[in-house]
Design a protein around this ligand. Structure first.
Ligand SMILES: C=CC1=C(C)c2cc3[nH]c(cc4nc(cc5[nH]c(cc1n2)c(C)c5CCC(=O)O)C(CCC(=O)O)=C4C)c(C)c3C=C
Ligand code: FE2
Ligand code: FE2
Length: 364
């Protein structure tokens, strides 16, 4: 095994601290070829589909990749913006907002974003950070609830990059922030602002991305953390138990996933006489295909078709200042002990100068 060449080592170069935001990723374009590349990478991750490798290889290459890309591309086309995929646009804005917030608070920290699948890849951004002199990297996955399929997979990608590095930076990973006060507050304010503008539904449905139910029995804390987020949010909004409904969406394949499923729940509500619902997706911090198409188009249609009258989708926290501040709070808590102040950088440069002077003295 050979290890990557590093940027040339220079005495006195200021060691830099970095924060890397990582989200799931998205195709480069709403086209079948771009979807095929993206889905091939995404669905080949053993963290995402946990069935025997060979069996899955045949299913993926024999059935899914020949058909799903075209169908998914049409869905992506319905939410694509002039600036690109919504997930990519919001993630860039979150990184820019976090950089500005940390800078305004006097911290000199590099902030970049990467995508677990697609571009910019985790490996390419870690290379950029190393080239910029980062020797300490805090990895902050954009998933408030920990799941092996998402959070652990981000860790895998960073550690895979590190396995081939000559000089590995110091690494820290944020695992979860499902009960972070700033995140709950950002969600609550989004919902309250929506109510102030549009009025309230009879029920607030909180739809989280699903995972196979098996992962719950294998010890994944995701299901529990979704419910904790929902409980905090319900308390903050002053909702009674029967006004709040937690559901899980985006089921993939035939296995049993976390229940209740979002769309059948909405249909059942409409059939039972609920006329008006609000739906929010707290597990997604950025609007994306799963919120804008699956919820705001498909689930809306199903609810209205089943007799519901008014369906309101509440947008994700995206780049709301309260959420960006929450990201900064989480980052600063995990950065403790690492130099992030300009003064600390200068102190390091001075120490290096002293080291050089001592080395020169020793030679004479
Ligand atoms: C195959 C199984 C999947 C698991 C397990 C899974 C978990 C999971 N996903 C997210 C967040 C997102 N998923 C998104 C899209 C998406 N998810 C899957 C499959 C699984 N997800 C697929 C095949 C797709 C692609 C779209 C499609 O073809 O249906 C997205 C949106 C990306 C975008 O570009 O907008 C997000 C975000 C979480 C949080 C999660 C587990 C907790
Ligand atoms: Fe997903
Ligand atoms: Fe979906």
């Amino acid at each position: 095994m050979s290890f990557r060449e590093e940027p040339g080592f220079r005495h006195g170069q200021t060691a830099r601290t970095a924060v890397l935001l990582v989200n799931l990723g998205t195709p480069d374009a709403p086209t079948a070829p771009a979807l095929r590349r993206y889905l091939a990478e995404f669905l080949s991750d053993p963290r995402v589909v946990e069935i025997p490798k060979l069996v899955w290889w045949f299913i993926l290459n024999g059935f899914i990749l020949p058909t799903r890309p075209a169908a998914s591309a049409a869905k992506y086309a319905s939410v694509w913006t002039p600036e690109g995929s919504p997930l990519a646009v919001w993630t860039q804005r979150q990184a820019a907002g976090l950089a500005a917030t940390l800078q305004q608070a006097g911290h000199q920290v590099l902030v970049k974003h990467a995508m677990r699948y697609g571009n910019p890849s985790v490996a390419s951004v870690m290379d950029e950070l190393r080239a910029a002199g980062a020797t300490r990297v805090l990895v902050l996955p954009l998933y408030p609830q920990y799941a092996a399929a998402t959070t652990a997979s981000v860790g895998d990608a960073v550690m895979r990059w590190a396995l081939a590095a000559r000089r590995t930076p110091e690494l820290r990973f944020v695992g979860e922030y499902h009960a972070e006060p700033g995140y709950i507050e950002a969600l609550a304010q989004r919902i309250e602002a929506h109510w102030a503008e549009h009025g309230r539904g009879e029920k607030l449905v909180l739809s989280f991305h699903g995972v196979p139910e098996r992962s719950l029995h294998l010890g994944d804390p995701y299901h529990c953390q979704c419910h904790v987020t929902a409980r905090h949010l319900g308390q903050r909004l002053g909702l009674a138990k029967d006004q709040l409904v937690v559901t899980f969406q985006s089921r993939f394949g035939k296995a049993k996933w976390l229940e209740p499923y979002t769309e059948p729940t909405l249909v059942a509500m409409a059939e039972q006489g609920v006329k008006r619902v609000d739906v929010a997706c707290p597990g997604f911090v950025a609007d994306c295909l799963e919120t804008l198409e699956e919820i705001n188009q498909e689930a809306r249609e199903a609810f209205l078709h089943a007799g519901g009258e008014t369906f309101h989708y509440v947008p994700c926290v995206n780049d709301s200042p309260v959420f960006v501040q929450a990201l900064a709070d989480i980052a600063l808590r995990h950065l403790q002990g690492w130099p992030t102040r300009a003064a600390a950088g200068e102190a390091e440069a001075l120490a290096a100068q002293r080291e050089r002077a001592l080395a020169m003295g020793a030679k004479q």
